[in-house]
Design a protein around this ligand. Structure first.
Ligand code: GTP
Ligand code: SPV
Ligand code: MN
Length: 593
């Protein structure tokens, strides 16, 4: 049966703009069936059964991992594809020099041909979703049309999906129009196209994560950043956490680290023994939407409702809260499995268990040069599973931010922690953030690249203008957060991390919170404020003092090279690079001598 009008097939909405658009897209893609998702438990069960029957999901050991399933993606489709991601604005200039650009009509035509008839014999799921808390004036509604049941089930975890989104939309036509088709999952026919001027996203040829869960990077960041620029707010690649002191004082922090650089871990960390009575509460682990509140502070909401987190490295010691979170109702993608249907990945335990099946479904031998789990294998879990979910995670107003942190993965040069001298310098620290590339995107891993505010792959418009927007926010925020930079990833000569990281990052966070509240002094260096001797609480830490010294040291020669490399990036940004950032760099260089 070819879907004609889906008017009478859909019991969920009378929104005419929505129905007309779904109709139009169904005429293009020609699915056999159009299924409107309501977000109910019953629907989850039937979609899951369907996915299992089709071999898209495999049940894991239901005693050990109740409600958990495994998905293996096509081996050619395991990460975001930045070279196939396009910003389709009328002019190339609007997308800027750091984005791939395609002319909108060309993109609609090119992808339109690929969509044409692509869902014959398949089902088109209509997935209404809400990014942001229910009832929040800041939340946005998107509709994703997809022929992937895996995408529908993941969107159900990652967003507030179904009726709730349609209720918030009402009769309005200002929803994000997302269309996703798997096609034959061929990289030659893979395109992730964003039309910020039309509030539209077209994605083809992939079934993986950020390429296809359109609420996440596509809407909440690329389209979101464009909306933020026009509407005067910030859409950022940031975790949001609450720090509660033993006296019960709560402070909130937002932190931008590039992909696979520690946001999920930082957002869920358990403070070490020394910090008895301190608690960390997760508001979000990947994305923050931030606006100026009526009280003049910066307020943040997490637009998501779940975690699409990196599996490798997650274990009982590094992130016990994540281990609890992923113990039920979780979809695992590209992990290894044990003979009894448990999951495994590198770093889950020291010794791999016997008889593993690798992420591609092949028998895996201990000592094999290949990884058992894909380095970008992931879990999708509802945030309500998180034992330390903040009570404010659903608050329509969000939480007030006291400090913003920028952090990259840098094996050298960048010290453990720095506080910026002022807002402009803080924006400069974010703008010049460098980080070694990870498996979260296809391409070479471990190369340092500039990743301003961890937004290089996610900014939906010209990067120089984006940095200008950040500078411009200063005059809009009467009580701005203080801005910091961290680096958990500096290495010693032996190639080992100097700083133990994970829960021990609480020691750095404590200093940051104290600085944000003006409770502790700092020591001025050429590059920013750092903790005075003794102010970074290191008691009970089982690493040599020299390692901490090395992690916090500033090497003038290395910094000269760093400033050179920053200039190369600034040159690449070209004419829209804000003048204050160029001046900031010159000022810092002259201090270095
Ligand atoms: P995306 O979901 O891609 O945006 O990543 P993320 O920023 O949330 O990264 P995540 O917390 O998942 O961490 C990525 C990898 O870094 C994992 O393998 C972690 O084990 C590792 N990691 C996280 N925090 C630390 C840390 O403090 N020190 C060290 N050495 N590794 C860390
Ligand atoms: C990232 O790459 O930053 C992620 C995973 O959070 S993805 O959803 O694939 O973008
Ligand atoms: Mn991310």
């Amino acid at each position: 049966m070819i879907a004609k009008s889906n008017l009478d097939q859909n019991p969920l909405t009378k929104n005419e703009a929505l129905i007309a658009w779904v109709d139009e897209m169904a005429k293009l893609c020609k699915p056999d069936r159009v299924v409107w998702c309501d977000g109910s438990e019953q629907e989850k069960r039937s979609l899951t059964e369907e996915a299992v029957a089709k071999g898209i999901l495999t049940p894991l050991n239901q005693q050990k991992l109740p409600g958990c399933y495994l998905h293996r993606s096509n081996p050619n489709d395991v990460a975001r594809v930045e070279h196939l991601t396009f910003i389709c604005t009328k002019t190339r200039e609007a997308a800027g020099p750091t984005n791939h650009w395609m002319e909108p009509q060309e993109a609609y035509q090119k992808l339109g041909k690929l969509y044409d008839g692509s869902m014959k014999g398949r089902t088109m799921y209509v997935v209404p979703y809400l990014m942001g808390p229910v009832g929040s004036p800041y939340s946005k509604v998107g509709i994703e049309l997809t022929d992937s049941v895996y995408v529908a089930l993941n969107m159900r975890i990652m967003t507030r999906m179904g009726r709730v989104a349609l209720e918030q939309l009402g009769g309005r036509g200002d929803f994000n129009r997302g269309l996703h088709a798997m096609l034959d999952c061929n990289p030659d026919r893979r395109f992730i196209c964003h039309f910020p001027e039309d509030n539209t996203i077209w994605s083809v040829g992939s079934g993986y994560g950020g390429n296809v869960l359109l609420g996440k990077k596509c809407l909440a960041l690329r389209i979101g950043s464009y909306l933020g620029k026009t509407e005067g707010w910030l859409a950022e690649h940031m975790l949001i956490l609450g720090v509660e002191s033993p006296e019960g004082q709560m402070s909130y922090v937002a932190a931008a680290f590039p992909s696979a650089c520690g946001k999920t871990n930082f957002a869920m960390m358990i403070p070490p023994k020394r910090f008895d009575g301190w608690k960390i509460w997760t508001v979000g682990d990947d994305i923050a939407w931030m606006r100026v509140g009526p009280d003049g502070r910066l307020w943040a909401v997490n637009p998501e409702a779940g975690y699409f987190g990196v599996a490798p490295g997650t274990n009982e010691k590094s992130n016990p809260n994540a281990m609890r979170t992923i113990s039920r109702d979780t979809i695992y993608t590209n992990v290894a499995v044990t003979p009894d249907g448990d999951v495994w990945w590198e770093g889950k335990s020291k010794e791999p268990p016997d008889g593993l099946t690798d992420w591609q479904g092949r028998p895996w031998k201990k000592g094999s040069a290949e990884k058992a789990a894909h380095p970008n294998s992931r879990f999708t879990s509802p945030m309500t599973n998180n034992p330390v979910l903040s009570k404010q995670a659903d608050d329509p107003q969000g939480v007030p931010i006291s400090a913003i942190i920028f952090g990259g993965r840098r094996s050298s040069t960048v010290p453990l922690v720095l506080q910026s001298f002022n807002w402009t310098h803080g924006v400069f620290l974010g703008a010049t953030l460098g980080s070694e590339t990870t498996a979260a995107a296809t391409g070479k891993v471990g190369v340092v690249r500039r990743d301003p505010m961890a937004m290089l792959p996610f900014c939906g418009y010209d990067m120089g203008e984006y940095l200008g927007h950040w500078l411009g926010m200063q005059s809009k925020i009467p009580y701005p957060p203080k801005i910091f930079q961290v680096n958990w990833f500096r290495q010693g000569k032996d190639g080992k991390f100097l700083w133990p990281g994970y829960g021990e990052n609480m020691r750095v966070l404590k200093w940051i919170i104290d600085r944000a509240h003006g409770r502790v002094g700092g020591q001025e260096t050429l590059l920013g404020w750092v903790p005075k001797a003794g102010d970074l609480d290191l008691s009970g830490l089982s690493i040599p003092a020299e390692a901490v010294d090395e992690a916090t040291s500033i090497d003038v020669a290395a910094w000269k090279a760093e400033f050179e490399s920053q200039q190369e990036f600034f040159d690449q940004l070209g004419r829209t690079l804000p003048r204050p950032l160029a001046l900031q760099r010159e000022l810092l260089m002259s201090r270095l001598g």
